[in-house]
Design a protein around this ligand. Structure first.
Ligand code: ZN
Length: 450
C-alpha cells in the first residue's frame, strides 16, 4: 500500500530510524552537541529564573561556553533537589519553567522523590523526536506491527511517552488499561498483537497467569516484549526469562521521567547494553566531583536533554551509575554505549573491602549460570568497617536441593573472579522469594534504615 506523501518513515529495509544521526562520526556529533548545548544554556539562562540564578552563583553566562570543555568546567550541575526547592518557592512550578508557558503544557504529572516532596513535571508533546521509535526500529519492529499496552495508564511516565510514540510510529495500538491481567491475556489471544509493552516484572507475571489459565504465552502472537521502568533485557537473566516466557525477542529501554522519555536504545548487536540516544541528549559520565571518568569506568550519568522544552534539564544529575564506552559499535551506531545498562544508583553505592560493587554487575554474574533464575535479592548492610552484601538467589527447578550448597560456592567463586570480592550467596528453592506485579524489588539497602 502506498502511504500518503506527508507520512514519512525510514526505508523499511534500513535498520536505522535516522541513519545519519545514529552513525554520525564522533567529531561531527560533538559539534552538533556543542551547538545544541549552547542553545539550551542560552535559552534557559534567558527564560528560566532557576537557571539564571544557578548560573549566576556559578559565575557563568552563555558567552562563556565556547567548547564542550567549557560546558564540563563551567556549567553547574542540577539535580532533583534543586528543582523541587525552586518549585516550592512558588508552587506548583515556581521558577523552574518559562514564565507564561502554562498555556502550552499538554500533560502534567508528578514523580515522588526520596525527600517526600513530589517533583512537578510537565510534558509539551511536540515530539518530532519520537524517541521510542528509534529503538523499536533498530530491532525490526515496523508500522505493520500491533502494539499491546499492558499498562494501567497510571502515573508511570515512560509508557505514556511510549504510547504517543507508538501512535506516531503508525502502528495499530491496543490499550490494555483498566482491565485485569486475565482479561489482558484474553485480549492478546483474541486480538493477536505482536509487540507487548510492559515492565519486565509485569510481563513475567502475565506469563505466569497465562500458564495458570492453560495458555502458553510462548505460543502467542507476541514477537517482541518492549520493556522499561526497571532493569530489563540488557541484564542477561531478565532477557532470558522474558524470552523464554514469551517466545519473543526482549528489548530494553531506559529513560527518566524528567527528560520525559526513553533516552536510550537497546543495542541489537551487543545485547548486554544500551546506546544513549545522542539525538535527544548530551551525556557525561562523571565522578563524585563532577569530572568525567575515563571510558570503561563507572560514573554517574549527567544529561542535558533536548527533549523537555518547557521544563528543560541542563546538566542534570540522574544518580544512575553507568559504565560507558565510545567508538563505533558493531551495530554501526556511534552513540555512547552503556554496558549492562544502569548498574545501580549513587545513593546505594556499595563498597566492600575497598571494591565498588554494583547490583546489576552482581546480577549479570549470577545470570551467566544456567542453574539460577532471575529472582534474586541483594541485601546491603553496614556493620563496623565498610558494607556487607548478602545475596539470595532461587535455583531453577531442575536443580536438586542437595546441590544448593555446591551451587552457592560456585556462584561465590564466579563473583570473586568477575567482581573481585567474595560475596556470600544463599541458594533457595524455586518460588521462595516474593513475586512482584509491576516492578520488582531486588536491592534492599538496610543501611538507610539505621
Ligand atoms: Zn550497538
Amino acid at each position: 500500500m502506498a502511504l500518503a506523501p506527508y507520512y514519512s518513515v525510514p526505508s523499511l529495509k534500513s535498520s536505522y530510524w535516522n541513519g545519519r544521526v545514529e552513525t554520525m562520526p564522533r567529531e561531527e556529533l560533538d559539534a552538533l552537541h556543542l551547538r545544541r548545548v549552547q542553545a539550551m544554556i542560552r535559552y534557559t539562562y534567558e527564560n528560566i529564573p532557576m537557571y539564571k540564578e544557578l548560573y549566576g552563583e556559578a559565575n557563568t553566562c552563555p558567552e562563556d561556553i565556547q567548547t564542550l570543555q567549557d560546558y564540563i568546567d563551567r556549567v553547574p550541575t542540577i539535580d532533583k533537589r534543586d528543582v523541587v526547592t525552586f518549585q516550592q518557592l512558588r508552587p506548583p512550578f515556581g521558577d523552574t519553567v518559562v514564565p507564561g508557558s502554562e498555556d502550552y503544557m499538554t500533560l502534567r504529572y508528578t514523580t515522588s522523590g526520596s525527600t517526600g516532596i513530589p517533583l512537578q513535571e510537565v510534558g509539551f508533546y511536540t515530539d518530532p523526536l519520537n524517541m521510542w521509535t528509534w529503538g523499536w526500529w533498530a530491532w525490526g519492529i515496523r508500522p505493520k506491527d500491533i502494539f499491546y499496552f499492558a499498562f494501567p495508564f497510571g502515573t508511570f511516565m515512560g509508557f505514556w511517552s511510549a504510547y504517543f510514540d507508538a501512535l506516531v510510529f503508525g502502528a495499530q495500538v491496543i490499550t490494555g488499561g483498566g482491565v485485569d491481567t486475565k482479561t489482558r491475556i484474553k485480549q492478546i489471544v483474541e486480538l493477536e498483537p505482536t509487540v507487548l509493552i510492559s515492565t519486565p516484572t509485569y510481563a513475567l507475571h502475565m506469563a505466569e497467569v497465562a500458564r495458570e489459565m492453560g495458555i502458553d504465552p510462548a505460543k502467542s502472537s507476541i514477537k517482541f516484549v518492549s520493556t522499561a521502568g526497571e532493569p530489563g533485557p540488557a541484564v542477561p537473566s531478565i532477557r532470558r526469562a522474558l524470552e523464554e516466557a514469551w517466545g519473543a525477542t526482549a528489548i530494553d529501554m531506559y529513560g527518566i521521567s524528567e527528560t520525559w522519555t526513553a533516552h536510550s536504545l537497546h543495542c541489537p548487536v551487543r545485547l548486554n547494553g544500551i546506546h544513549l540516544n545522542e539525538n535527544i541528549c548530551y551525556p557525561l559520565v562523571v565522578d563524585e566531583n563532577g569530572r568525567p571518568v575515563p571510558e570503561g569506568e563507572v560514573g554517574e550519568l549527567v544529561l542535558t536533554s533536548y527533549s523537555a522544552v518547557l521544563t528543560p534539564y541542563v546538566k542534570y544529575r540522574t544518580h544512575d551509575l553507568v559504565r560507558w564506552y565510545k567508538g563505533v559499535c558493531d551495530c554501526g551506531r556511534t552513540w555512547v554505549y552503556l554496558d549492562g545498562g544502569v548498574l545501580g544508583r549513587t545513593d546505594n553505592m556499595i563498597v566492600v573491602k575497598g571494591t565498588n560493587v554494583y547490583p546489576t554487575a552482581v546480577q549479570n554474574v549470577l545470570a551467566a549460570d544456567a542453574d539460577v533464575s532471575e529472582n534474586l535479592e541483594i541485601h546491603i548492610t553496614s556493620e563496623g568497617l565498610g558494607d556487607q552484601v548478602q545475596i539470595k538467589v532461587e535455583a531453577r527447578p531442575q536443580v536438586g536441593g542437595e546441590s544448593y550448597t555446591r551451587l552457592g560456592q560456585k556462584l561465590e567463586e564466579a563473583l570473586r573472579e568477575k567482581i573481585g570480592v567474595r560475596l556470600p550467596v544463599e541458594v533457595l528453592a524455586p518460588g521462595t522469594l516474593p513475586r512482584y506485579e509491576m516492578k520488582a524489588k531486588r536491592v534492599f539497602d538496610h543501611r538507610q534504615a539505621r
